[in-house]
Design a protein around this ligand. Structure first.
Ligand code: ADP
Ligand code: MG
Length: 339
């Protein structure tokens, strides 16, 4: 029988990878915001239209790219962030898979404008469905602007699967909250359909929380602080009396990366046990700093699920630390649930 196995062409492989990396407009926002952060930006603008379906633009003042790098950045597995397998266990950047730009360029119209500090002149590259349609040398400010239009233009099934602009915008806002909370020292401006959503000057963590969730949040916060050889825990929990029916304000960050962890969430619930009404949810904004060698971020393409080496210790520490903070701030007296 004749041989039947063949290697997929790059643009097909890219489209397959895009299926995992880019689920919806908010995935593009996440990847591009993370790239801007990794590039050392201190100011980032996010502009979206129609829930990100027609347009997403991210402008940063980070280190920019040379013309050659700009072109290479759209190749799959093209990254400046790691070089060898061992680097995976010592990650200090959001990105490392070298997949985002290749994936996004496979399923959208992308225009990149970039310039490094050293270069006098910048580069503009236009991509459509993994193909370079234009590359030119242009005047450009230092940093990078990424314009992503017509997401899923070549995958109608995916495009049709998108929810209303309103819902997609909410996903984008969620992603924006996570990244801007993880990086309070970075200034962000966020515009939707031409109007302001958030103007966030650089700040500390507490003020960033208040910038995002409103002035009334400030009085609800109780600081949390603990450091051992395994982990440094810092951040804030909300006082139990502010527990809400909805789960909105619950954030874990591991080494400045938003993560989802039902297991660690359970530890927090344990600490709040008896202090909140059943069916209500406590708010928290907690940073876990661990040795990058003790956390595996590479278990899912979107990197929100991670694996800690010593989850049990982390669980116990988190629970006791939160309990301790609640105690210190005199919020232990049990509520009278019968009232
Ligand atoms: P990764 O972030 O995993 O490295 P990406 O596909 O997101 O992969 O980006 C590829 C490369 O392009 C990055 O490693 C980086 O060198 C470069 N790059 C992407 N976005 C920017 C940006 N906003 N500023 C500077 N360089 C960037
Ligand atoms: Mg990236």
């Amino acid at each position: 029988m004749a041989d039947i196995i063949r290697l997929l062409p790059d643009h097909v492989a890219n489209q397959i990878a895009a299926g995992e990396v880019v689920q919806r407009p908010s995935s593009v926002v996440k990847e591009l915001l993370e790239n801007a952060i990794d590039a050392g930006a201190t100011e980032i603008q996010l502009i979206v239209k129609d829930g990100g379906k027609t347009l997403i633009q991210i402008v940063d003042n980070g280190k920019g790219m040379s013309g050659t790098d700009a072109r290479l950045s759209f190749e799959r597995h093209a990254t400046s962030k790691i070089q060898k397998a061992e680097d995976l266990f010592n990650l200090h950047t959001k990105g490392f898979r070298g997949e985002a730009l290749a994936s996004i360029a496979a399923i959208a119209h992308v225009e990149m404008l970039t310039r490094t500090e050293e270069d006098e002149i910048g580069t503009r590259i236009k991509m459509e469905g993994s193909k370079v349609v234009a590359q030119e040398v242009v005047v450009a400010p230092k940093g990078t602007s990424m314009l992503v239009k017509n997401l899923f233009f070549n995958i109608p099934a995916r495009r049709n699967f998108l929810k209303s602009d309103h819902v997609e915008f909410r996903h984008i806002t969620d992603e924006f909250h996570r990244i801007s909370l993880a990086h309070p020292q970075v200034a962000f401006n966020f515009y939707n359909n031409g109007s302001d959503v958030f103007q966030l000057p650089a700040n500390d963590f507490r003020k960033r929380i208040v910038q995002i969730f409103g002035r009334k949040t400030d009085e609800k916060l109780v600081p949390v602080e603990e450091e051992t050889h395994v982990v440094k825990i810092s951040g804030y929990i909300q006082k139990p009396e502010f527990a809400k029916k909805s789960r909105g304000e619950q954030f874990f960050f591991a080494n400045n990366r938003f993560i989802k962890s039902p297991y660690l969430h359970h530890a927090i619930l344990g600490a709040f046990e008896g202090l909140i009404r059943p069916g209500t949810h406590p708010g928290y904004f907690l940073n876990l700093e661990v040795d990058p060698g003790t956390i595996d971020i590479n278990i899912h393409p979107t990197k929100t699920e991670v694996k800690f080496d010593d989850e049990h210790t982390l669980y116990a520490m988190l629970k006791s630390t939160v309990k301790h903070s609640l105690g210190q701030f005199n919020v232990t007296p049990a509520l009278d649930f019968e009232q």
